[in-house]
Design a protein around this ligand. Structure first.
Ligand code: HAM
Length: 424
């Protein structure tokens, strides 16, 4: 048989899950409004160069994980592995530098990375991505972190930990790189092959290696705090102070280096105790030189992206609420073939009046139709047979209590319309 399964690392979000996704997006959207962020929709693919220049040639994402192809016009195109570079491109392309700064934008959608799939790691995954562009003020970093934490609070996630670091800037990072290089060079034999390769290209990434041998070596590595320039240190202090003021707990971790090269100063992640190895529900930080890297003027920025697939996993694991599961208010049941058109007319009338209604289109028995109504979690069955047709009535059965009453057709909307909550 032909292979009709989805490619490795991608998955379908089916109805039993999609309503939970919708709930997460509602909460994100409301929180975005509260924090003054406007939604944008960005393309799923961009010129490859945008990511190569923005994210960095020597990152795993650009080197190994991008879905890149030539289009029919021989242009190199890449499915976006993340949204930050696109957001900065969009800001520059649309002259948003002339608007009051910072410009605060967010977007949601699938990202693509050719990674080894495992629990919580997919090749197509969804992010909600927030970016604040045009301000170097550390209070904006605090706002970004507070916003991510607030989204998770509203979704009911607990067991979360904010992990914070500063990765310096082009002024102080070269000195730190050099110190790290010297430190790891003398311990090369204890590093894994990947980290040996990182030594010359980006020794900071060695700090992030999850292998036990490398972790043991990095224990004694010099901390970046010792090398930060005055500007980066002041910025870092202001971010920490701001988080204290907002009572947002965090843990400092000088080994937190993010997998994308554009970060300057603040880097942070939100980790969940309910996930396995892929425990980051969100990651972000400041990227003051990204706009220049992609050919624009200097535009400082800070943002984060949260993985929706992982948020959902954590919520299910922690038993969080997703609000009410979608259900039908009414299900039309025809007692005989001759009544099916009347049921169809009734269902249409109900729908046009704001009632969630559906019906059975086969010639099935009343018992089977009532069973279908229950499976669809309908509150009422609206039954029409020859008797009802002649009298212009509908028999309305409450599927929870079994109580049934015959009412005039024109009164059905009022009888089955959902009542506002609290009006029970
Ligand atoms: P990132 O850390 O690469 O950062 O991704 C952010 C989040 O996306 C992760 O914390 C995780 O929840 C989710 N994620 C990443 N890869 C996968 C995957 N393969 N499968 C499932 N979920 C995944 C960025 O993408 C930056 N653009 C964030 C940012 C915005 N920095 C500044 N502004």
């Amino acid at each position: 048989m032909a292979d009709i399964s989805a490619p490795k690392g991608v998955r379908d979000i089916l109805p039993d899950e999609s309503w939970k996704w919708a709930y997460i997006f509602r909460v994100v959207q409301e929180t975005a409004l509260n924090f003054g962020y406007s939604e944008v929709h960005l393309p799923l693919f961009e010129h490859t160069e945008l990511f190569a220049r923005g994210i960095g040639d020597a990152t795993d994402v650009v080197e190994k994980e991008m879905y890149t192809f030539l289009d029919k016009g021989d242009r190199s195109i890449t499915l976006r592995p993340e949204a930050t570079a696109s957001m900065v491109r969009s800001y520059l392309e649309h002259g948003m530098g002339t608007l009051p700064q910072p410009v605060k934008l967010w977007c949601a959608g699938p990202m693509f990375r050719y990674e080894r799939p495992q629990k919580g790691r997919y090749r197509q995954f969804w992010q909600v991505d927030f970016e604040s562009l045009g301000s170097a003020n550390p209070l904006v970093d605090v706002e970004i972190i507070a916003l991510s934490v607030e989204i998770f609070r509203r979704l009911g996630l607990h067991q979360l930990e904010v992990v914070l670091n500063s990765v310096g800037c082009p002024v102080c990072r070269p000195g730190y790189r050099e110190r790290l290089h010297r430190f790891f060079e003398s311990r090369l034999d204890d590093l894994c092959d990947t980290c040996k390769g990182r030594l010359d290209r980006n020794p900071l990434r060695i700090l992030d290696c999850k292998r036990e041998g490398c972790k043991a070596v990095t224990e004694g590595a010099p901390a970046i705090y010792e090398c930060l320039c005055d500007d980066c240190r002041d910025h870092f202090d202001a971010v920490k102070k701001g988080l204290h003021r907002l009572a947002i707990p965090y843990r400092l971790d000088n080994r937190l280096v993010r997998g994308l090269d554009y970060y300057t100063k603040t880097a942070y992640e939100v980790l969940s105790g309910s996930l396995g190895a892929q425990n980051a529900v969100c990651g972000g930080g400041r990227y003051d030189n990204l706009a220049e890297a992609i050919g624009g003027p200097h535009v400082p920025g800070v943002g984060f992206a949260a993985g929706v697939d992982r948020i959902l996993m954590v919520m299910e694991q922690e038993g969080c609420s997703f609000g009410a599961e979608p259900s039908l208010d009414a299900y039309g049941v025809a007692l005989d073939a001759g009544s099916r058109e009347s049921v169809s007319d009734l269902v249409d009338h109900l729908r046009r009046n704001g009632v969630a209604a559906d019906m059975d289109y086969g010639n099935r028995s009343m018992k089977t139709q009532l069973k279908a109504a229950s499976q669809r979690r309908a509150r009422y069955a609206c039954i029409i047979g020859e008797g009802e047709r002649q009298k212009g009535t509908v028999s309305v059965k409450d599927l929870a209590t079994g109580e049934q009453r015959e009412i005039l057709s024109e009164d059905v909307v009022a009888a089955v319309r959902p009542r506002p909550s609290g009006d029970e």
